[in-house]
Design a binder for this molecule. Structure first.
Ligand SMILES: [Zn+2]
Length: 264
């Protein structure tokens, strides 16, 4: 398995032509390995908000060259990305995508609200509000049994605060592992309320998104039915959390409340 292809597709790692890897992708398909892609163009002349969309033609070429390869477009963040995955998956391509809580809950407005908020600087960078809403539409537009090609993938990244706030605060990533399930639940609940989707429908869709569809795409058995119960109960997230012996990390929603809580 090639995990997060940030490196694979990073010019500094030497790979500038993804299609040169087709023989490797064929070998992966032959052994039923999955390709997990950080799908952004690395061309520095491409606008940072357009890099996911700019990568999609390359992804289409990979699919065309090796249609039997199972591919996950990790942390999809745009309307273009999620529409590409939906179209290809419905046509039978072995393509799926993961969604993070930060891309579901925040747009680029949050990145610049009151200043530059380095704790939520991540890649792919937070996108336009229309993109965020397109992710919600794709998730909940087809009811409880729709969109099995979209499932959870937190991409949670605990970068120490000192690396996020130094002269070049270039460590990209959001720390969400402290409350991922609760934050996904908030996103589903809010999106469902806007669309008048019944509670049982969005909660079933959430269950599949968190627990089933990813495992099915990977060909893994579902976990034993061990229930995680989430209560509708507000709690306050810490301003920062200890990280290692001397560092701290700023969690998503730091100092603010979350509406759901895992029952201990
Ligand atoms: Zn990535």
């Amino acid at each position: 398995m090639l995990s997060c292809a940030c490196v694979l597709f990073d010019q500094h790692a030497g790979v500038t032509n993804v299609l040169a890897l087709v023989p490797t992708f064929r070998a992966m398909a032959d052994h039923d390995f999955l390709l997990l892609v950080h799908g952004e163009s690395t061309d520095p002349t491409v606008d940072i908000f357009e890099r996911e969309a700019a990568f999609l033609p390359t992804l289409a070429s990979v699919i065309e060259a090796v249609p039997t390869l199972r591919i996950v477009l990790e942390h999809v963040s745009t309307a273009a990305g999620v529409q590409f995955v939906a179209e290809r998956a419905r046509k039978g391509s072995r393509l799926a995508a993961t969604l993070t809580v930060q891309h579901l809950l925040l747009s680029r407005n949050a990145l610049f609200a009151g200043g530059l908020n380095s704790s939520i600087y991540c890649l792919p960078i937070l996108k336009h509000e229309n993109d965020r809403r397109a992710l919600w539409d794709a998730l909940l537009g087809e009811g409880a049994e729709g969109s099995p090609f979209l499932f959870a993938g937190t991409d949670s990244a605990p970068h120490p605060r000192a690396n996020k706030e130094k002269a070049c605060g270039c460590a990209a990533g959001c720390f969400t592992a402290h409350a991922s399930l609760e934050l996904y639940t908030e996103a589903f609940e809010t999106a469902a309320a806007e669309r008048n989707i019944p509670t049982a429908v969005w909660q079933r869709r959430l269950e599949r998104f968190l627990c089933e569809d990813g495992a099915r795409f990977y060909g893994l058995p579902l976990n034993e039915p061990r229930a995680i119960v989430l209560d509708k109960q507000e709690w306050k997230v810490a301003d920062e959390m200890p990280f290692g012996s001397a560092a701290t990390v700023i969690p998503l929603r730091a100092g603010q409340t979350i509406k759901w809580r895992i029952r201990a």
